[in-house]
Design a protein around this ligand. Structure first.
Ligand SMILES: O=P(O)(O)O[C@H]1O[C@H](CO)[C@@H](O)[C@H]1O
Ligand SMILES: O=c1cc[nH]c(=O)[nH]1
Length: 236
């Protein structure tokens, strides 16, 4: 029987156990068009494009998640709990929060701090620390080393706010050594942890909040190849 949810209608097309998740659905299409073989589109609901294909002979899927934790929360929950996805790798852009980070540098998010209330649903008697799966993180670092790609590994910030009214808020996260700001990883890490599956967030620096350098929307869609090459090699 064909599985479907309010947001993913796969029409019997298989979603692989390993999936790459860019925020931008056009980045998902770019990855499918340029890196995968035997590609079939499994989702088009709300134009949140999703594809399954093969990378170096291994089955892998790629799908957009939209922006922000509510959107990531929906798609990753459905992929895990309805479609049985086991390895979820976000491939996103971020704003760098440390001066040593340059445009196009790659970050592996070992933990995702957040200003979101997403964890409140679990009614934990304390503060939860959303983290990447060691299995994926360790493998990603090995792949990066083999490809001679430098990666920064550390804490990232998943923020609910892109345009913050308080200019000092981000400085407090910088003071804690947080490497970059994006908007989805914490929800992904929590959904994966709750279901006992694996997640990792790989980011490419698209702008630096301190130096004001930035990339163009076209570059954000296509020019993040180092991150994509690491993520694609995670297919099992
Ligand atoms: O490039 P993506 O994956 O969309 O990620 C970042 O870009 C968007 C903001 O411009 C947010 O989704 C943020 O997390
Ligand atoms: O969430 C994001 C993504 C890219 N750059 C930012 O400053 N914030």
């Amino acid at each position: 029987m064909s599985k479907s949810t309010p947001h993913i209608k796969s029409d019997n097309i298989k979603i692989a156990e390993t999936i790459l998740l860019p925020g931008d659905p056009l980045r998902a299409k770019y990855i499918a068009d340029n890196f995968l073989e035997n590609v079939v589109q499994f989702n088009g609901v709300r134009n949140m494009l999703g594809f399954t294909g093969a990378y170096k002979g291994k089955e892998i899927s790629v799908m957009g998640t939209g922006m922000g934790m509510p959107s990531m929360g929906i798609y990753s929950w459905e992929l895990i709990n309805v479609f049985g996805v086991k390895n979820l790798i976000r491939v996103g852009s971020c704003g760098a929060l440390q001066e040593n980070l340059k445009l196009y540098d790659v970050i592996l998010g070992i933990g995702a701090s957040t200003n979101s209330n997403y964890a409140s649903q679990y009614e934990l008697p304390g503060t939860y620390a959303p983290t990447a799966s060691w299995k994926l993180l360790e493998k990603a670092k090995k792949i990066a080393d083999e490809k001679n790609i430098d990666v920064h590994i550390g804490n990232i910030l998943s923020s609910d706010i892109f345009y913050n009214d308080n200019p000092d808020a981000i400085k407090k996260w910088m003071n804690m050594g947080v490497l970059g700001v994006e908007m989805e990883a914490a929800a992904l890490y929590m959904n994966a942890a709750r279901a006992g599956v694996n997640a990792l967030c790989i980011l490419t620096v698209s702008d630096n909040i301190l130096t004001q350098e930035e990339t163009t929307p076209e570059e954000r869609q296509t020019a993040f190849t180092k991150m994509m090459e690491i993520a694609l090699e995670l297919a099992e």
